[in-house]
Design a protein around this ligand. Structure first.
Ligand code: ACM
Ligand code: ZN
Length: 633
């Protein structure tokens, strides 16, 4: 390859490269996630040295903040800071080029200088993210890396996001994540140009936000008995047992997280999940239950339909409670939105509750769905008085959508489509693409959860289905529910690389998504994550095992991989598979009396995936469960 320039986009505009394009050797192509909208790469490079300096308008505190951020990111590895000076070789400059909109930027890297221009500071911040990804992976280390040339390939990049809402949700209720861990999560998502952190602060297994006027919410509601083991199979808190597991964020903690997020151009959306998912709140304030509040916060035991976890909508006290909560939430969080949940509300206790029934009669509501809708309407009015807009999960459609509600569509896209057509803003988070709490590969070698959402499924996400008014779709986000996520280390494992896939489709846009060009970049980001000691999943390397019954009732097993180019080896003879055992070529039939199928993936004669061991019984069970999809195989 002798080409001087690699052109990645249809719009190739080549200028300013005279100092860069004299070399004959091709440059390393930066592995950027998300892929920029327009990028040309030159043959030479800029080198970041101790002599580098940043020039910017020092009267602009946001630009000064971005320079500080840049130094926080590079100084640990380079061993030097890049000062702000009048005549530096790295320029951050705001321009009146409105075409770059609020988050776009142009990054021009020449041999002797770098400039990042943008219409707004957020654009400069995203230009810096691109620049950081163009530096060698060692830049991610928190220790000084001697002997590295901190080179950046010459390039001209013009970039802006497809969607305004590019988010990740973290559930801090089911398991507790510290303030420092939350900040780390925000830092990690911002590096991929995501701009929304949805903070799921309350649920049945813990209320995590200090509400000063309702102290029992955190004195009582933030604590449960310690448990490990499978979620929903755990023993409930026993009489006399202490609730020692949990924690909560003080309002001072929240302010610290908000300031940290603001420095990274990340909006923080608080979620107070009501009227269902409120068991912890009911334990703290039992008078808000319809009949009988549970005595202890859930530990991950089964309770649905048996223990109350729904606020009584018949009682005025519930609305007084919500007023107190939302008054403090609205004062604390600067974003225009408050998420009030609204999902999976079990309505059986409302059905039996005389007060709820009386409310339904008085308000002329025909069923409990309309009672939920009544509650959500009142929440919207309450939030409006506090200058806030309401978001809810798509169940808020049931029984009638509140007039200005924004809908977060999780039960597929249908709720979102319906709401968008009815003139509501929508954030798409359908389970099949966005639920990053699900398995990301062969379940037998993944940590416990349920259902599947592979990296490729996340990458296939298109938040704007055909026939939907695109302007009503704000964007999308990944959701990390934490039932089976006991540690932050594991939260990272579940989030990356699927979060990168979502970041790319939401920034670059689904029409430009190209799987074959994505996964090689993912591999390079694995190297960066390792440098940064960020956990991630290598599940994309594991074989995909699809057992099925043929028309004549024979069990066959199809093996595949997400990457397509892996060699797959297997055994039926109880020995470990490797590249000297049979190579998969076509669907397998089970040899007589075989007990186990063992599988491993290789690339370039090196094992890359985990060894998968499945009993023939398990294969039969899976084939039985998927009989209806055989036609698609
Ligand atoms: C949800 O997954 N219950 C929104
Ligand atoms: Zn009630």
């Amino acid at each position: 390859m002798k080409k001087l320039l690699f052109i990645f986009t249809t719009a190739s505009f080549l200028f300013g490269f005279s100092a860069c394009s004299h070399k004959d050797t091709p440059n390393r192509v930066p592995a950027l996630i998300p892929q920029p909208q327009e990028m040309t790469v030159g043959a030479d490079h800029f080198t970041l040295t101790r002599r580098a300096a940043i020039t910017l308008d020092t009267s602009n505190p946001q630009l000064m903040g971005i320079a500080r951020y840049f130094n926080q990111k590079v100084a640990p590895a380079t061993g030097f800071e890049v000062p702000v000076e009048k005549h530096g070789n790295i320029e951050f400059k705001l321009t009146d080029d409105a075409a770059l909109e609020t988050e776009g930027y142009r990054l021009l890297v020449k041999q002797g200088e770098i400039s990042i221009t943008a219409h707004q500071p957020a654009g400069i911040f995203y230009g810096v993210q691109t620049l950081l990804q163009m530096l060698p992976s060692e830049i991610k280390s928190d220790r000084e890396q001697p002997g590295i040339d901190w080179t950046v390939p010459c390039a001209d990049i013009t970039d802006k996001p497809q969607f305004a809402w590019r988010g990740l949700m973290l559930d801090v209720s089911r398991h507790w994540f510290t303030k420092e861990e939350v900040k780390k999560y925000i830092d990690e998502l911002a590096e991929y140009k995501m701009n929304v952190f949805h903070w799921h602060l309350t649920d049945d297994q813990g209320w995590r936000l200090e509400i000063k006027s309702l102290p029992r919410l955190t004195e009582v509601g933030a604590w449960r008995a310690p448990r490990v083991g499978q979620w929903w199979q755990r023993e409930p808190q026993q009489p006399g047992e202490e609730a020692t597991y949990g924690g909560f964020y003080t309002q001072e903690d929240v302010k610290e997280v908000l300031a940290y997020a603001a420095e990274r151009y990340v909006r923080v959306i608080p979620e107070i999940d009501v009227p269902g998912h409120s068991l912890a709140a009911l334990v703290a304030y039992p008078e808000l239950a319809c009949m009988q509040a549970p005595s202890a916060v859930g530990v991950g035991n089964k309770f649905y339909g048996e223990d109350e976890n729904t606020l009584c909508v018949g009682k005025d006290a519930t609305f007084e409670f919500m007023d107190k909560v939302l008054t403090e939430v609205a004062a604390l969080f600067p974003d225009e939105y408050v998420h009030i949940g609204g999902d999976e509300c079990f309505k059986g206790f409302w059905h039996k509750c005389p007060r709820c029934q009386a409310r339904m009669k008085a308000e002329n509501l025909k069923d409990e769905n309309e009672l939920q809708s009544y509650f959500i309407h009142r929440m919207e009015s309450l939030l409006k008085t506090k200058g806030k807009k309401l978001i809810g999960w798509d169940e808020i459609i049931d029984g009638g959508l509140a007039p200005d509600a924004t809908v977060m569509s999780w039960r597929g896209m249908e709720g979102g489509i319906k709401s968008a057509k009815a003139g509501h803003h929508v954030i798409m988070t359908p389970t099949e693409h966005c639920y990053i709490d699900l398995w990301q590969g062969e379940p037998s070698v993944e940590p416990d959860t349920y259902s599947m959402c592979r990296l490729k499924d996340s990458y296939r996400f298109n938040p704007v289905p055909d026939s939907v008014p695109a302007e009503m779709i704000l964007g999308g986000q990944g959701n990390l529910w934490a039932e089976s996520v006991p540690t932050f280390h594991h939260a990272e494992y579940m989030t990356w690389p699927r979060g990168w896939a979502l970041a790319e489709v939401l920034w670059t846009g689904p029409t430009k998504a190209d799987w074959e060009r994505f996964w090689p970049r993912v591999e390079q980001h694995f190297v960066r994550a390792e440098q940064a000691q960020i956990n991630y999943a290598r599940s994309m390397y594991n074989a995909i095992v699809t057992p099925y019954y043929t028309a004549d009732g024979t069990l066959e097993v199809k093996l595949d991989s997400e990457l397509g180019n892996l060699d797959i080896y297997y055994t039926f003879d109880n020995t470990d598979p490797d590249r000297f055992t049979p190579k998969y070529e076509a669907p397998l039939r089970i040899p007589k009396n075989a007990t186990w199928l063992r599988i491993v993936t290789y690339r370039d004669n090196q094992p890359v995936g985990k060894v998968i061991t499945l009993t023939v019984k398990e294969l039969e069970k899976r084939a039985e469960n998927t009989r209806h999809v055989v036609g698609n195989l």
